[in-house]
Design a protein around this ligand. Structure first.
Ligand code: TXA
Ligand code: MG
Length: 344
């Protein structure tokens, strides 16, 4: 299939291109578009056939439900049966923004979207290109991250193009994504909100408006074979480059010592090191993701893809505990490493 590329870095002056992309959505096609977190692969949320095509284009298992993207709160009313109190607070405080809220699903939402669950995930992106597209389509847009299933999520147009050109109807060539990791997913159906996937909006941010918050255990622990996780996506291998990733976690000095040892032990391999400190290494490929967790989050997926491009066999990723986006970074690192974590 020929993929139409539409360059839209801002909605202003690009109204006719936004209209063209919205028309593709309305006629049942697939459009990849930028958001403030990562690029999404969108289809009309009410069109079951189009939703099935999302799963096909990504090679995504059909038991992993999708997030519905809205551009105004009226759209929310059509998607959920009723709004739990916590959902209202989270919407008022954090939407539009990098958060996804799980609420009870209405009958209007096709079962293919939620993979048969009685709940639905809803997100109101703050990115202007994303919200203009949804507004022009005038329907909620179902969209997973616009990567091939299992690959790191795309944070630039180039990543989407590499994964999906020829597999989807249209890709919007927008700006690089600001956050770099996917939205915080919060189950708001119970008395206490549960964070199913950490993101740039942190447990501490949520605690400012709702006193108690739980972080689901599968955020950091691997899902065992006989377990059904609350967030179906958790059981799949995720965010993985082709290289074999190891997380080396501890204080910066001990991490340096251990990675030096690992480099000399693996001298027959092409080694990449992802550093978030001043440490330097004798590795073929060295990528510094910056000294704050926001910067680490922003560059994480780009860096993982870069290691593959440069032919790394093995990647050692530095990690030291911290605040803010630290939990989001740790969760993605653990998953991309298949939970191979060396504590020093
Ligand atoms: O930032 C984001 O959230 C991006 C952009 C495009 O908006 N989207 C994204 O979608 O990351 P995706 O499909 O790659 O991840 C959605 C996650 C999956 O792990 C899925 O299992 C979970 O949300 N999810 C969706 N619906 C759910 C539900 N009803 N209950 C629990 N988890 C759900
Ligand atoms: Mg994804």
């Amino acid at each position: 299939m020929d993929t139409l590329i539409l360059k839209i870095d801002t909605p202003k002056g690009n109204e006719s291109k936004i209209e063209a992309a919205a028309k593709i959505i309305k006629s049942g096609g697939l459009v990849a578009f930028p958001t403030e977190t990562v690029y999404g692969l969108g289809a009309d949320a009410y069109n079951s056939e189009s939703i099935k095509n999302i799963y096909k284009a990504k090679g995504r298992p059909s038991d992993n439900p999708l997030i519905l993207h809205i551009s105004n709160f009226d759209m929310m009313n059509d998607l959920c049966d009723y709004l739990p109190e916590n959902a209202k607070i989270l919407m008022d405080t954090f939407m539009p923004g990098p958060i996804t809220i799980i609420v009870p699903k209405s009958d209007k939402v096709p079962d293919v979207v939620t993979a048969g669950l009685k709940t639905v995930a809803v997100r109101f992106p703050s990115d202007k290109v994303a919200s203009s597209l949804i507004e022009a389509a005038n329907v909620p847009i179902a969209a997973p991250s616009a990567n091939l299933s299992g690959k790191p999520s795309p944070t630039t147009f180039r990543h989407v193009f590499d994964d999906l050109n020829g597999r989807v109807d249209c890709i919007i060539e927008g700006c690089d994504c600001e956050c770099g990791v996917e939205s915080t997913v919060v189950d708001a159906t119970g008395d206490v909100p549960v964070i199913l996937r950490p993101g740039i909006i942190t447990p501490a941010d949520i605690k400012e408006v709702i006193p108690s918050v739980i972080v689901d255990k599968n955020v950091l622990e691997a899902v065992s074979i006989d377990e059904t996780p609350k967030c179906p996506g958790m059981k799949y291998k995720h965010y993985s480059p082709d290289a074999d990733v190891y997380v080396v976690e501890g204080d910066s000095k001990s991490v340096k010592k251990e990675i030096d040892r690992l480099i000399s032990e693996n001298s027959d391999k092409t080694i990449g090191v992802m550093t978030c400190s001043d440490n330097t290494y004798e590795a073929e490929i060295l990528i510094n993701v910056g000294s704050t967790f926001d910067k680490y989050a922003h560059s994480l997926y780009t860096s993982l893809r870069k290691f593959d491009e440069l032919g790394a066999d093995i990647v050692f990723a530095e990690f030291s505990e911290g605040e803010g986006a630290a939990l989001a970074v740790k969760n993605r690192l653990y998953k991309s490493a298949g939970h191979k974590v060396i504590h020093v």
